[in-house]
Design a protein around this ligand. Sequence first.
Ligand SMILES: NC(=O)C1=CN([C@@H]2O[C@H](COP(=O)(O)OP(=O)(O)OC[C@H]3O[C@@H](n4cnc5c(N)ncnc54)[C@H](OP(=O)(O)O)[C@@H]3O)[C@@H](O)[C@H]2O)C=CC1
Length: 552
Amino acid sequence: MTLEIPHEPHSAFHAGEQAAQERVGVRSTLAHWGEKAIRPFFLEQHQSFFCQLPFVVASARDQEGLPWLTLLADSMGFIHSPDNTHLYLATHPIKGDALEKAFTKGAEVGLVGIELSTRRRNRTNGRIEAHDEDGITFIVSQSYGNCPQYISERDWRYVDVDESQTSVTHHQSLTARMKDWISSADTLFLASGHPDKSDPTSGVVNKGMDASHRGGAPGFVTILNDNKLVIPDYSGNNFFNTLGNLLLDPSIGLLFIDFENGSLLQLTGRAGIDWESEEIQKHPGALRLLTITIDKIVQLDGVLPLRWYLPEGIKGGLRVSNKTVESNEVTSFELVSSLGEKLPTFRAGQHLPIQLSLADKTPLLERSYSLSNSPRNDHYRISVKRESRGLGSSHLHETIQVGNIIQAKKPNGDFLLKFPTRPVVLISAGIGVTPLMSMLYEALSFNSTPSVHFFYGARNGEHAPLLTEIRNLQEKHNKVNLSVFFSQPNEHDRLNQDYDKQGRITAHAIQQQLTNLDADFYLCGPTSFLNELISGLETLGATKEQIHYEHF
Ligand SMILES: NC(=O)C1=CN([C@@H]2O[C@H](COP(=O)(O)OP(=O)(O)OC[C@H]3O[C@@H](n4cnc5c(N)ncnc54)[C@H](OP(=O)(O)O)[C@@H]3O)[C@@H](O)[C@H]2O)C=CC1
């Protein structure tokens, strides 16, 4: 396929990904972010993440070149990482698996590691460097983290596989059981790939297979007929790995997991992308649709040594005890136990997974919002920006009132404040202030914190959530230094009173305020903001260990 736009051949993204990014207007922002976020090696945290997983989902092509996915599971510790470019997986697909013979030397493979109990996930693409009787050696081309959005939390346990209860069957179209399975699924995985095989010696690393996770409310996949499905595409990290591949090669693999029974449903077929038809409106929250024509199916029943179950949420749910308008678009909700019990503790920077019931009989909507209050409070607080097409944020703003009960799970996330032994520098843009607000409280609760510098960016005084609260803390604690940047101040915003500087926060402006850069930097805000600030701070000499951020 020839693409209409010229593409940058040395980008972390290939021509298809760049074309998809161009189509939605994020290509230039992503170009620099890709270089930072996508690495040709594993960070230590990603190495240890993969090594403690009981399973990974892997994509590859079969002997006919068709993409499929499988789930590779074995006893704890079956994955180990001898160095920061390799994973050894001491397992093989089972007999009859669509990818039974795929993991041979040179095969392109995509892996997604996903810890359903904490909703952490990391992705990597690469190829099989070697295989032996016991397992396969994977060498990485690209490694990157993914946010917890749309992941349904599940706990898991090992079981003994009862061979007499397993079966493998091959099909050309969906059976009634498969339709039930798909129509209740809240999780699926997609396999797609660049049509050219990477030449391992060429240094071009972005052309292999991808494995990606898709999640939504149960029933988010629509079955059109025995061979056609529609999958909504929600807002994500804008990398467009899957859609970018599909622009060049429409072949696609799908994997559904029967979590209760340890069964897999493997599908392969072709995908069409609907970028803008009116049909998209019929799928709440969808930005695009993928229409899948299924060509082949493999069903593997009872084969997995794992079973998953939904974790218990916070008993009785959370009662809204306060609702406060913080700015034009942001409202805070204070939440307490509906049973009057003590809430599970949280750490500054973590988020609260909540479930919203939009209407009777519709599936629950799962969302996570950063907690914006002090971890020492006996309540939780989330501060939610209303997004124009956001179902969760609109429901919270319009419908949820004081006294209502919201179902929630325990707070989680690993964007955390380190125990402060040097100055803490908090840098926020827009609603990115929420986890940093909580970090401000936590930093002030430690005597060891030498000082806190808060660089606060917002459009103007009408779009400046939690700023008054930060000012109040500044008045009480002489450790706090605050610099407010308004990018587009309006006529009643007063320079040196309501804000300190006109324009966006830059690394240069931060350097001007700080006497030295021996500090821990915590950043939260839009992608381009993270991009520019991380590069800027590194140029000024801050090390990667000093810079902490989360990409939501
Ligand atoms: N836990 C997490 O990881 C969380 C992450 N977030 C992320 O934070 C983001 C906040 O978005 P939102 O409030 O909509 O942001 P906005 O688009 O409303 O922008 C907010 C402010 O940031 C400025 N800004 C934008 N780009 C840059 C840049 N490159 N450098 C410096 N300043 C910049 C804007 O300036 P201008 O007016 O010039 O555009 C504006 O002043 C979201 O993308 C969300 O994903 C939010 C909450 C929690």
